[in-house]
Design a protein around this ligand. Sequence first.
Ligand code: GUN
Ligand code: ZN
Length: 436
Amino acid sequence: MTEILLRGRILTFRDEPLNGEASAETFTYIEDGGLLIRDGKIVAMDDYARLRAGEGASAEVTDHHPHLIMPGFIDCHIHFPQMQVVGSYAGALLEWLDRYTFVEEQKFSNQGHPERIASAFFDELIRHGTTTASVYCSVHRPSVHAFFSEAHRRNMRMVAGKVMMDRNAPPGLLDTPQSGYDDSKALIGEWHGKGRQLYAITPRFAPTSTPEQLEMSGALAREFSDMHVQTHLCENPAEIAFVAELFPWSRDYTQVYEHYELLGPKTLLGHCIHLSDAEVGTIANSGSIAVFCPTSNLFIGSGLFDLARLRASNVRNAIATDIGGGTSYSMLRTLDEGYKILNIQGQRYHPLRSFYQATLGNARALSLEGVVGSFAAGAEADCIVLDARATPAMRIRMETVETLVEELMLMQTMGDDRAIAEVYVAGRPAKSTLVK
Ligand code: GUN
Ligand code: ZN
């Protein structure tokens, strides 16, 4: 049995703080807190002194004061084969895909490349405090194998899948309806439920799949009905026009996915920017999740995610980096850009809400509440230690910070990987132990 007791200022959410500071009942903040972890799971959270006097009497203590201990960040949409795409100079989505992304992803058929990038990818997630992610691999089965092998080795809770794409891309990136189905099924058998790994059925998006492939993706989703599905939806006007050409019978883009039975409470829809009212209704009725990717939407020039509109129609939502359309692995940078996108539309994004979203909110979006994203007893002990004084500029700004909410806002606005002082994955230190 391994038992540790983390001491520090602890913040974790129980529900969404819709009314900002007035929502005190939705979160727990303990100034001198203790978090007791046994065999990689949360056992108890309480005042440090009380835990030390009782259940945690014999645990090894690490004191993280004055830092803030929170559940690890969760990234609900990220492409592991796009580490070397970040910052590619392109205009809009389709040019960005053709000129850079599809070129880069072909390298994942090269011997040794997926393994090298997988190792770098997990180092980067850890460095930035992201302990769970929903991840697109490439079309090549070995890329998924490399990904899950590395995640399993590091004992990280991941959701990921082989991209299925059988048209409108270079030949080196195409599978077929049958091979996409067979490879996905084989990978599900190898990886789904192995340790902390979860498989996601991953048709890339409607423009790169034939009707036959979407049909077979839907068959997989029916066969494995507990499994996540992830894809892209309504990111860009030219993409939407292309879908209308390819699926002329469909009322709209969303109806393509609905038709092939790909929508549902475990379906993650990246972007969801340019939606008609009918599409918003279809997404809401299906319980699917609209995934907000702020840095990507700004970088690729896709548009402004309308969170208030989606919420008013009861569409569930999540937030994500979308590397390599996105420009940072940091969920702090992502929340900051999200704040700006909402602010420019006259919408408020209170820091308690944004930090809720990056933890418990995204766990709920992945149907993983109680597993990750909070310090509920029995949850997996993925934690981050946040340092609001990580840089000289943050340190001088902190001199005028008086409240927890102000501190969160500062970290979101000025923070990045430097503000992540330590990361625990299933109760083990993972950032301080990275090979530099
Ligand atoms: N749509 C289809 N594939 C992609 C991708 O890799 N990134 C983004 N941002 N949008 C996509
Ligand atoms: Zn994406």
